[in-house]
Design a protein. Structure first.
Length: 291
């Protein structure tokens, strides 16, 4: 990705100099004419939105890395002309990738430790049927903890910005891409779960003993959720409102309060609501133990 301050095409990163119209001569994209006079705004759009110029696996990986480690530059690119449909596909893709990672982790640790089907008298087909069902239950409670507060946030923001659809689409797209951070949660959970399973296998006992207490998964989820809402505030609100759209301090203040409220709601569901929080714990451990 270019690091210079010369204006670049948001789609193909072609150098936009000596142009007489706001149209890229390389790919034909029409863009805001201010990109020619304000190079800091002429940043490439998210890699996920530049397919098929970028391969599918590369688009996924580069988007996750950019959201995580280069949020300011990444979210600056979403001010370019909308590709809302691709942003809608992004959370569905993240859920699918997370589910595949979880099933792969379960298969790998099962083959290494020998837990589950041999010791529980389950056939291979029954084992995988139980594993996939347990993963679906875990996903359901993850939806409750992650997507419910985010959905309420987007719904209220939609009502407040019903006259400013362009600004709402920016807010919506930023919220969708912020979900990429949850893949790191799945990765860390798989690594820690593997370590605990191996330790239990070496010690000759089951690796997990769930109980009516909070466990490390709750705190890990709460930490990543905090990370997500910090991204929404920093990148979508603070950075976005200084881009191609005119600043609206009152609107920014209201959305800031909404983001804070959604984060507090997520923290409550994850750490304080015993009914929902412990159901998430039980679903997670049931998937691990195949109860």
């Amino acid at each position: 990705m270019p690091n210079d301050l010369q204006p670049r095409c948001p789609d193909c990163t072609y150098l936009l100099t000596a142009l007489t119209e706001a149209r890229c001569p390389e790919c034909g994209l029409r863009f805001d004419a201010r990109l020619l006079s304000e190079p800091s705004l002429a940043l490439p759009r998210p890699t996920w939105e530049r397919r098929p110029r970028v391969s599918f696996p590369s688009a996924i990986w580069r988007t996750i890395v950019d959201v995580t480690f280069r949020p300011r530059r990444f979210f600056a690119g979403i001010q370019q002309p909308d590709r809302l449909r691709r942003a809608v596909y992004w959370p569905a893709l993240m859920v699918l990738v997370a589910y595949v990672m979880g099933v792969t982790y379960l298969f790998t640790t099962h083959r290494i430790t020998g837990f589950a089907s041999p010791t529980m008298g389950m056939s291979g087909l029954a084992y995988w049927r139980t594993a996939l069902a347990g993963g679906a239950v875990t996903l359901f409670w993850s939806f409750v903890l992650v997507f419910f507060p985010l959905g309420v946030l987007l719904l209220v923001a939609d009502l407040l910005l019903w006259r400013d659809r362009a600004r709402y689409r920016l807010f919506f797209r930023g919220a969708m891409y912020s979900l990429a951070v949850y893949l790191w949660l799945v990765l860390v959970a798989c690594v820690v779960g593997t370590i605990l399973k191996l330790a239990g296998h070496i010690a000759g006992r089951p690796p997990f003993v769930p109980g009516d207490t909070w466990c490390w998964t709750n705190w890990l989820l709460a930490s990543v959720m905090t990370w997500q809402y910090a991204l929404i505030y920093y990148a979508v609100l603070d950075r976005r409102f200084a881009g191609l759209m005119p600043a609206r301090p009152k609107c920014k203040a209201i959305l800031t309060l909404l983001v804070l409220g959604a984060w507090l709601g997520g923290m409550y569901l994850t750490l304080l609501d015993r009914h929902i929080g412990l159901r998430f714990v039980a679903a997670t451990w049931s998937w691990e133990l195949l109860i």
